[in-house]
Design a protein around this ligand. Sequence first.
Ligand code: DGL
Length: 258
Amino acid sequence: MNSKPIGFFDSGVGGISVLKTARAIMPFENFIYYGDDLNAPYGEKTEEQIQRLTLAAGDFLYKKGVKAIVMACNTATSAAVIMMRERYSIPVISMEPAVKPALFAKGQILVLATPATVTQARYLGLIERLCAQDRVVSVGCSGLVECIENGRMGEADVHACLGQCIPAIGSGHIGAVVIGCTHYSLVEPHIKSYVDHAFDTDCVVFDGRHGTARRLEQVLFEQGLQTEGPAPGSEAFFSSCGDKSIQNFEAVFHHFEP
Ligand code: DGL
C-alpha cells in the first residue's frame, strides 16, 4: 500500500481528460497534474524537441516524489516513452490511439491525432502490426490543439478547424473515429457531430484514455502500489504557464464528464 501521488502530464489541458477518467475508477488515489502549456502544441514540434520537453515534464513529476507517471499525451508517448521508461525506476503508463478496438467497427476508421503522432514510427508501426493500412485514414489535425488551448471549445470553432484538416475521403463508409490526442477528448461530441454530418454516418468513437486509466489501475495493483485512502483522494495542479492556467485546469477537471 502506498499513498504517494501519481503524476500525470500533457503539453497542456488535454491530459485532464485522462486524469478525470482515472479519478472515476480510482477514488482513493492522490494525483498531481502538470500541464506544459507554455510549450504547447507538442504535436507541431520536431521529435527531438518533444523528447526534451517530455523528459523535463517527467523530471518535474519525479522530483515531486510520485509513485508512477502517466504520459497523458499521445504525442509525447510516440516520441519519448522508451526514454521515459529507461530514465525512471517507477512505472510509466502511456497512451496509444485505440485503433485495435476500432477494427471491430464496420467501415473505414478515421484516426485523428497531432501531425507529429501520425508521422512518428511508433504509430506507423502500430498500424502495420495490426495490418490496418487499408482500413485506416490517419489525419494530423494541425491547429486543433491550439484552438482548444485557447479555450475555443465550442462546436462552431471545432467544426471550422476540422473542416480545414479532414480531407474529402473518396470512397468507403466511415464507421469509426479514433481520438488520438487527449486534447480532442475534451471536444469529443463536436468531433462526432462533424464527422457524422460530413460523411453522412453515425460513427462509433474510440478513445484510448479509458484503456490508459485501466492499465494504471492494473499496474498499481500488480506492484502493490495502490492506496486504500483515506477517501477522497486529492488532485494538485501545476502549469509551466502559472496561476491562470492552473485555474483553467481545475475548471476543466470539474466540468469534464469521463
Ligand atoms: N494532448 C497531446 C496528445 O495527446 C497533444 C497536444 C499537443 O500537440 O501539444 O497528443
